[in-house]
Structure formats: C-alpha cells, structure tokens
Design a protein around this ligand. Structure first.
Ligand SMILES: Cc1ncc(COP(=O)(O)O)c(C=O)c1O
Length: 422
C-alpha cells in the first residue's frame, strides 16, 4: 500500500491532480451521502412532520442537486440562478424554498411560474409584489415570513444573520411583523404557513437555535391569541458547524436537534399549540468536509528570519473565505504524506491582492516546486463563491467515491471567460 500519497475516498490525490490538472476541487461522494443519511436517520425518520433542505448556496451544481434530492432532501435557493439550476437538474419544484432579502421582480415571477414550494418573504415590498403577480396568474402561493429573532450567536460577525441589526428578516419589535401577518392573511393569493429564522453559520452548539426557537414559540403563541393565526411550519435555518482546524467540532445531528425537538414538543404542549412542521437547512455541514482543493506548488519565496511564502496555482479566486473573513484551513502535501513536518510556511495564492493568502504559518514537510498541496474542508462556499478575478478560469470539480473518479464540472477555459464579451 502506497503511504506516500494522500488517499481521499479511495482515490490517490497525486494521480487525480495529474489527471485533471490543478487547481481542482475534489468532492467525496461517500462523505456527502453519509451526511445525508445522518440527517435521515437522526432527524427525518426520528421525528414526524420534518423536512431537511440543502442550502444550495454552499455548493450548487446539477449533480449535487440530483444527489441530495435522491437522499430525501429538498433545496434552499436564494436566486433565479439557483432555482434554474435545480429545475434543470430535474428537482421537483415543490421541494424548493426560495430565500433572499431583495428578490427581484423577475425572480418573484419565476418562483411563482415554476411553482416553487415555499417563498420565504423578507419584506413588505416582496409580499405585495408576490400577491400582485400571483393574482395576475391566478395562483395561491405558500409563504413563510423570515423573522429576525434578535439572537447574537458566537460566530464570525460576517456570517451572523439572526441578530436584530441585520439586513435579513423582519424585526419582531414595533408591531412590524404583526402588521405583515395581518396583511398576508387578507391577501387572497397568499397562504401564510409560518416562520423562518437563520441565526448564523459554523455554529458549534445549538444555544442560539434554542434561544431563537423560544422566541419563535412565544411569537406563535402571541399570534394565535391575538390574530387567530396558527403556525403550520417553522424553518429553523442552517448553521451546523464543521471541522476546519484545531478544536473545531463537527456537529452531530442528534446532539444538535434532540434538545431542539424536545423543547419544541414541551413548549407546544404548554402553550397549547399544534406542533408545526420543522425544516432545517444545512449547507456547509453536508458538503464542507467532503471537499478538498488540490493545488500545484510553484514559486517559493523565503524572506530570511521573516516568512517563507509558498505560491500555489489558485487562491482567492477559488477560495475567497480566508481573504473575506479570515477563515482558517489545514493542508497537507498530498505527495509527501510519509514525511514529517519540517518547516513553517505561508500559502500564498496567485492573485494580485495582498490579502490573497490561503493559510498563514502552517507546518509542512520540506516543500518543493511541483508538490501537490491539498487543502481540507473546502467543499462549502468555495466553488460557489469562486470568481474570475485576474481572468483566472474557475477550476474543475471531480467527484470521487470508493476509488472511482468522475468529472462533474468542467474546468473553465479562457474562451468561456470571454464568451459573453462583445
Ligand atoms: C437562510 C439560510 N439558510 C441556510 C444557510 C446555510 O448555512 P450553513 O451553510 O451554515 O448551514 C444560510 C447561510 O447563510 C442561510 O442564510
């Protein structure tokens, strides 16, 4: 058995890098399926009247849409493009939730025309536009209101969304939400099903979800008493944390969800509320750890006594997260797995931007030009946030499983990049 090369879902990453070129996103199908199966056994099958949707924004391609739907999940979408991709993948449109803090009129029409399952309404502008269009085409549209529970979760401030001062959601204060509910209940072409919240991302504990759940349950009790509205559905968002570096912990579905479901049942009983359907919408948790990005080492620059920069053939164009919010990653030399760490290096991307540093100060075996660097946990928010900055083509995506590899997204070409330019 070769102990020199990094083996990922049965595939040799040095050989995969040579076969497809670098930079390259590699996704482990076994890992994605395992996550979907944990959601099924520890949430969907365990609790009646529950749904799970994959947050497409984390990583959306035709193939991933087909895979997660096959595993019994729906899809959370946030744009016309994500709806279109799901549609092209053959996903039944009733499996879709459609989010967004500023859906365009075109997107609203598209969601209604495509019969998207749930539209998560964020503001009055959207509610009125929805009613107007649904009336025009004589349809009844199922909606949830996205609320801002005002919970401050302990994660990076750029990936926190549930606190009061947020561009997302409707504040509970000052009667704003109640006013929206009254209006929705009066609209002939709108069917209000319930509420949605999303407290933040990369959460190690369910503390914020529990706090937000309690706020939502108080709201449900209040609107039942004051407006006679019985909540049928509650979507508690995504945000389950994964392992990137150090002590990061991959959340277990049962540990995260059992206390939430227990609290839900107890409070519904206490408040005499019908238990609503509960939806979760994890993105990162399903695909994050399934992804590895492979790079080839090129330039090596040592500034004596200061720092050794290792230049790789990708960077912020395929992984903006370190530059955007200081995200941390771990990596190995995929062709030197049998060698001990020898030097402290900093991994630099190839873009014309000083923040284009993928990893600061990590230990690696002696690095040489031509080595293959594998960066872990890049399955979420890397491909989906990739760009053509510096006119760098986006990498290909290869799916691996039990020693087999298949291309699911072709590498972009120079010609692709100018194909829309006139
Ligand atoms: C509304 C909503 N749902 C789900 C998610 C998915 O979050 P995560 O990938 O952390 O599970 C997000 C992420 O921003 C979101 O805004």
């Amino acid at each position: 058995m070769n102990n020199k090369d990094f083996i990922f879902d049965g595939c040799n990453m040095t050989e995969i890098a040579a076969k497809y070129g670098t930079p390259l996103y590699v996704m482990s199908e076994s890992s994605i399926l395992k996550k979907c199966q944990e959601i099924k056994s520890d949430f969907l099958d365990k609790y009646p009247n529950t749904r799970a949707v994959f947050a497409s924004k984390a990583f959306q391609t035709l193939e991933i849409c087909r895979m997660v739907v096959q595993e019994g999940l729906g899809l959370d979408t946030v744009s016309g493009g994500e709806i279109y991709t799901a549609h092209k993948a053959g996903v039944p449109m009733e499996f879709l939730d459609f989010h967004g803090n500023n859906k365009t009129l075109e997107e609203i029409k598209m969601a209604v025309d495509y019969n998207v399952g749930r539209i998560v309404v964020d503001n009055l502008y959207e509610l009125e536009a929805l009613q107007e269009y649904a009336q025009k085409v004589n349809k009844k549209v199922k909606i949830l209101f996205r609320i801002t529970p005002g919970v401050d979760c302990h994660t990076h401030k750029f990936i926190t969304t549930g606190q009061l001062d947020s561009k997302f959601g409707i504040p509970l204060e000052n009667g704003i939400l109640k006013d929206f509910i009254r209006r929705a209940l009066d609209m002939e072409n709108i069917e209000l099903m319930g509420f949605h919240f999303h407290v933040g991302s990369q959460l190690a504990t369910n503390e914020s979800h529990l706090a937000a759940l309690n706020i939502a349950l108080d709201l449900m009790k209040d609107v039942k008493q004051t407006l006679g509205f019985e909540t049928k559905e509650l979507n508690i968002g995504g945000g389950f944390g994964i392992h990137y570096t150090g002590d990061d912990k991959t959340v277990k579905v049962s540990e995260f969800m059992d206390p939430i479901m227990n609290e839900l049942y107890a409070k519904c009983d206490q408040y005499q509320l019908a238990v609503p359907q509960i939806t979760i919408e994890p993105g990162r948790w399903i695909v994050g750890e399934a992804g590895v990005t492979l790079y080839t080492v090129g330039s090596i620059k040592e500034i004596p006594g200061i720092r050794k920069y290792i230049g790789v053939d990708g960077g912020m164009t395929d992984n903006i997260r370190p530059g955007l919010y200081g995200a941390k990653y771990q990596a190995v030399l995929a062709n030197k797995m049998n060698q001990a760490s020898k030097e402290k290096v900093t991994i630099a991307g190839k873009c014309c931007e000083s923040t284009d540093i993928l990893i600061y100060d990590m230990e690696l075996p002696e690095v040489e030009s031509g080595d293959t660097l594998a960066v872990f946990s890049t399955g979420a928010y890397c491909y989906s946030m990739s760009s053509n900055y510096n006119k760098i083509p986006r990498p290909a995506v290869v799916m691996v499983k039990d020693g087999k590899d298949r291309l699911i997204v072709k590498r972009e070409t120079y010609e692709d990049m100018i194909s829309r330019e006139i």
